[in-house]
Design a protein around this ligand. Structure first.
Ligand code: UD1
Length: 340
């Protein structure tokens, strides 16, 4: 692979920005495509601070075919694409499903068409364990049946995977991987980039850090009457830097080894932690109390979800290296920085 140019749609977002850093660290030339609908330009300053370079940016909407096509025209020898750009709020997607279908599927289709036109062969897609729904058997492997997810957001991930898979089977030029993320948390250890939730966070760890920082009164634990050891839901929380590294491994695998046109990989630690365990661990690591109450269950939450990530280990040579403590400490360091 001569060219090192990798288009990163949504590269200014939470997982995208950490992936840009890892691509840079591994000798790639990341090129960000982002419309800043759920990110801030300050991320670019952070990326410059970490990498010592200005990362190239195309600002615009990936679902605009002309815009996306023009990028490939200008850049010419793009080696591959990592596609993060998508709306990701479960709650919002239930209120505005068309917004989600139109943006998340429209941008993928525009991207695939532009890739075909410009003969760009390699795609890594940002998917989610939400495609497994409430799996009957745990941990979930890539052979666990995919279901129609409860939310339109989740359904856009399932449909996107199907579109990519069919496109890769039909068009022999395309080789693609979907990465099914479990629960990414944490921030870059430098505390220069991290998650920037707009408005009230819906994910657990940003809600905890904002509560401890005083921006929220209290965390609500969504249910303590599940059939789990302490009654709260269990998830597989992995450090965002580990997750970012998996994208580089996936690209390398696509370039060098992958024979099948399409494959999927779970990305998680292989271990579950309950909401109460996360709260306790956070208090231990950070040395501050989390003010919380127990509330009702949140609609759509599955009681237990954690990964079997052996396939990623076997084929991508990837496994998580950072601990839950690292992730929570980094989340807090980042929160302290943005609270200033
Ligand atoms: C959520 C999405 C999932 C998406 C992922 C992206 C839902 C139902 N699922 O996963 O589709 O791919 O984010 O990051 O929204 N919790 C609380 N109090 C809070 C927030 C969360 O108790 O204020 C609990 C939840 O009930 C859950 C756990 O914390 O048990 C993790 O929640 P969250 O961070 O929102 O992730 P998921 O729901 O697993």
């Amino acid at each position: 692979m001569e060219s090192k140019k990798i288009i990163v749609t949504g590269g200014a977002g939470y997982i995208g920005s950490h992936t840009v850093v890892e691509l840079f660290n591994h000798g790639f030339e990341p090129i960000i495509v982002d419309n800043f609908s759920n990110s801030e330009k300050s991320v670019l300053v952070g990326l410059r601070e970490i990498t010592g370079r200005n990362i190239k940016l195309f600002e615009g909407d990936c679902s605009d075919p002309n815009f996306i096509n023009d990028i490939f025209k200008v850049e010419r020898d793009v080696a591959g694409v990592i596609h993060f750009a998508a709306y990701k709020s479960v709650g919002e997607s239930i209120k505005f499903p068309i917004k989600y279908y139109s943006n998340n599927l429209g941008s993928l289709c525009a991207l695939l068409e532009a890739m075909e036109q410009h003969q760009v062969r390699y795609l890594v897609f940002s998917s989610s364990c939400t495609v497994y729904g409430a799996a009957k058997k745990l941990p979930v492997t890539e052979n666990t049946p995919v279901v129609t997810p409860f939310s339109p957001y989740g359904n856009t991930k399932k449909i996107s995977e199907e579109i990519i898979s069919q496109e890769a089977q039909n068009r022999k030029q395309l080789k693609a991987i979907s990465l099914r993320y479990f629960n990414p948390i944490g921030a870059h250890p430098s505390a220069v980039i991290g998650e920037l939730p707009i408005g009230v966070p819906s994910n657990l760890v940003p809600y905890i850090t904002q509560t401890v920082a005083g921006a929220r009164n209290q965390l609500t634990v969504f249910g303590d009457d599940y059939n789990t050891p302490d009654g709260s839901c269990i998830r597989d929380y992995l450090h965002v830097v580990d997750l970012a590294k998996a994208h580089v491994k996936a690209l390398d695998y696509l370039f060098d080894q992958q024979e099948d046109p399409y494959d999927v990989f779970n990305l998680g630690t292989g271990h579950g932690n309950s909401v109460f365990q996360i709260i306790n661990e956070f208090e231990k690591v950070v040395g501050k109390k989390v003010n919380y109450v127990v509330g009702d269950r949140r609609t759509g939450d599955v009681p237990v979800m954690y990964a079997n990530a052996d396939k990623a280990h076997q084929f991508l040579d990837w496994r998580t290296e950072l601990s839950l403590e690292d992730a929570l400490a980094d989340s807090w360091r980042w929160q302290e920085k943005i609270s200033l």
